[in-house]
Design a protein around this ligand. Structure first.
Ligand SMILES: C[S@@+](CC[C@H](N)C(=O)[O-])C[C@H]1O[C@@H](n2cnc3c(N)ncnc32)[C@H](O)[C@@H]1O
Length: 277
């Protein structure tokens, strides 16, 4: 479905997916604004997901994903995405994160329901194809509290490991790590930046919501919610090199709008000490 035709009002998509999608102020851009969930709410999500995989749904979903990956691979969006990664400037950033290591593991947070929605399927297709195309991308780990047992089984048959623990984004990049966090809430990015505040920021790359857009939102709308929930994101902004993802066509807009690669400055340690948060 063309992104511009999608319903933009806040919606509860399923009983266990309480996303808040907020209307933008202008054009076709939408923002996933930060939302704070209590530990009780987060726990509740766990109880609502199914416990046993359904083989029939599993095979249907796997077929759907194979078709999605195939279509994605031949898209103009994917070609543009690959071209962008392979520019010397971006490749150098990746090599600098890799250092002397040969592989960069990928951690995917917040993919959403791959069974219920096309957007998470497109986002997953991109992750799988990146791994296929680049030998330096290592194992893929996935976590989203809303993943069902069926979805987890399918992810595993596509070669991903599904984490059983909710890290709340607090993973430290003690080895080179690509965090793939498509359209997550600001709080999760903030947890990640905070957990890596210091030397480990250099060992990570983040593909997720544009930090520049959060900054801009604070400037334009004086959003105190973002100031409070994305404190570390806003603080690390000026030490971040950001490259935005081109959505190219409406078909990929919903899945990748406002998304960027984020690399963190190699002279970070000294500079971070100077940044007040
Ligand atoms: C705004 S939705 C985005 C879903 C999908 N990527 C998309 O673009 O439609 C945010 C997702 O983050 C997930 N999430 C919430 N807390 C999380 C956590 N601690 N770790 C990983 N994912 C989390 C939610 O369940 C939800 O699927």
């Amino acid at each position: 479905m063309a992104a511009s035709a999608r319903v933009l009002t806040p919606e509860i998509r399923t009983v266990n997916e309480d996303w808040t999608v907020v209307l933008p102020c202008c054009g076709r851009q939408r923002r996933n604004l930060p939302r704070i969930r209590s530990p009780e709410e987060q726990q509740k999500q766990w109880f609502l997901t199914e416990l046993v995989s359904d083989p029939h749904r599993e095979s249907k979903l796997l077929q759907k994903l194979h078709a999605c990956i195939k279509k994605f691979e031949s898209s103009e969006f994917f070609q543009t995405f690959l071209d962008q990664i392979q520019t010397p400037e971006i490749l150098n950033h990746f090599y600098s994160v890799l250092g002397s290591e040969l592989k960069m593991q990928m951690v995917i947070y917040g993919i959403g329901s791959i069974e219920s929605y096309e957007t998470p399927r497109l986002q997953l297709s991109l992750a799988i194809l990146m791994k296929r195309k680049f030998s330096w991308i290592g194992d893929i780990e996935v976590f989203d509290p809303i993943l069902s047992a069926t979805e987890s089984r399918v992810l595993e048959s596509l070669g991903c490991s599904v984490l059983s623990v909710n890290e709340q984004g607090h993973r430290r990049a003690i080895k080179p790590t690509l965090f793939y966090m498509p359209h997550c809430e600001a709080e999760l990015y903030d947890n990640l930046v905070r957990a890596n505040w210091g030397v480990t920021l250099k060992g990570m790359v983040l593909l997720g919501n544009s930090f520049a857009t959060y900054d801009q939102h604070v400037d334009e709308y004086k959003s105190s919610v973002i100031v409070d929930t994305a404190r570390h994101v806003l603080a690390v902004r000026r030490l971040t090199r950001e490259f935005s993802i081109q959505t190219v066509s409406d078909d990929y807009f919903a899945a990748f709008h406002d998304s960027s690669w984020h690399f963190f400055s190699p002279d970070l340690e000294a500079e971070l000490q100077l940044v007040e948060i």
